[in-house]
Design a protein around this ligand. Structure first.
Ligand SMILES: Nc1ncnc2c1ncn2[C@@H]1O[C@H](COP(=O)(O)OP(=O)(O)OP(=O)(O)O)[C@@H](O)[C@H]1O
Ligand SMILES: [Mg+2]
Length: 310
């Protein structure tokens, strides 16, 4: 029962500038901006939405099947996926391109300057959903624009239920695109900020989106999430993290929890809480694929967090 995870696979380079950008960017010189930040601290991480969701689903004991396009520099990431036994038969190498990569510089006030090179991700439409076998459900996460549109269409045509997860890809789509995605999808998930954009663009209310899908899931950071399904609203609490180190990738961890609950036919109260706990565990570590756990410990922590069993 594989979960086909369509989305980006990317390298993230994260650098920390031990000062504040505003001390170095002069407002009266913005027309000749030329700044260089010395960044003694630097990390290189495995990232991308499909990569992250697959990793988190694997931790839970699920069966992820990522579908993505990557570049000639994929080898290190490929070894990482092999180490975790995440299949990469639908991770296609585009020889002339680099794997998508983000260069993120953060200052001491948590401001960020990011450059994102899409590289091979722009070819994601070359992969087709029909190439994957034994797929029970899927997810369309941020990826090349054409890829997202095509994969959603292909899931719908093949009657494979899927989550539409636009995340940071949202600005690529207009009202028509978004309405079409919602009509094709079985479930839609966004964070509260993204929900404002979706409702603004499409004019659809929560209950109107909910009428078009099985469930609309809106995440709210430390406030947990709300799940709108079949005329009911489930308020799902957040789980308590031991520390909040790095919120990047909480959304992806959350989606892995949703997928896990869905493939195992769990109710929304349980599925939502599994997703919550995944987000809380993720926030305790830097990077998006550095947290680990044993499944028994996860189940125990679930009980401690929510006073119920999975
Ligand atoms: N500070 C926190 N404490 C506990 N749980 C959290 C916290 N932040 C996030 N989570 C969990 O992770 C889920 C997803 O987080 P959030 O709503 O911030 O997604 P997001 O904005 O899409 O994140 P991302 O930065 O990955 O794009 C939340 O619904 C919650 O369950
Ligand atoms: Mg997000």
């Amino acid at each position: 029962m594989s979960v086909l995870i369509c989305g980006s696979v990317a390298y993230d380079t994260i650098m920390v500038f031990k000062d504040r950008f505003k001390n170095h960017i002069l407002p009266d010189k913005l027309h000749v901006l030329s700044v260089s930040f010395l960044v003694p601290e630097m990390r290189k991480e495995f990232g991308g939405c499909a990569g992250n969701i697959a990793y988190n689903l694997k931790l839970l004991g699920g069966d992820p099947l990522p579908m993505a396009t990557v570049g000639r520099d994929f080898r290190r990431y490929g070894n990482w996926m092999d180490q975790w036994d995440i299949p990469r038969r639908h991770v296609t190498i585009v020889d002339d391109e680099f794997t998508a990569q983000a260069f993120i510089t953060t200052d001491l006030a948590d401001n960020q300057i990011t450059a994102f090179h899409p590289g091979a991700m722009s070819y994601s439409h070359l992969n087709e959903v029909s190439e994957a076998e034994d797929v029970t459900i899927g997810i369309v996460s941020p990826d090349g624009r054409d890829g997202m549109i095509k994969h959603a269409e292909q899931f719908a045509d093949a009657d494979i239920p899927f989550i539409f997860d636009p995340s940071q890809g949202l600005p690529m789509f207009d009202a028509g695109d978004l309405t079409r995605f919602i009509d094709q999808a079985t479930w839609v998930t966004v964070n509260d900020y993204e929900w404002e954009l979706v409702t603004d663009h499409t004019g659809l209310s929560k209950s109107q989106v909910q009428e078009r899908v099985e469930a609309l899931i809106i995440t709210k950071g430390a406030k947990g999430s709300e799940i709108h399904a079949k005329g009911k609203v489930y308020e799902i609490p957040a789980a308590k993290p031991a520390q909040t180190a790095d919120p990047t990738g909480c959304g992806d961890a959350h989606r892995a929890g949703l997928l896990y609950g869905l493939i195992n036919d769990m109710d929304w109260e349980t599925t939502g809480r599994i997703a919550s706990l995944m987000g809380a565990i993720k926030i305790e570590s830097y990077g998006t694929q550095n947290h680990t756990f044993e499944r028994d410990d996860f189940d125990l922590r679930f009980e401690e967090s929510f006073g119920r069993t999975i």
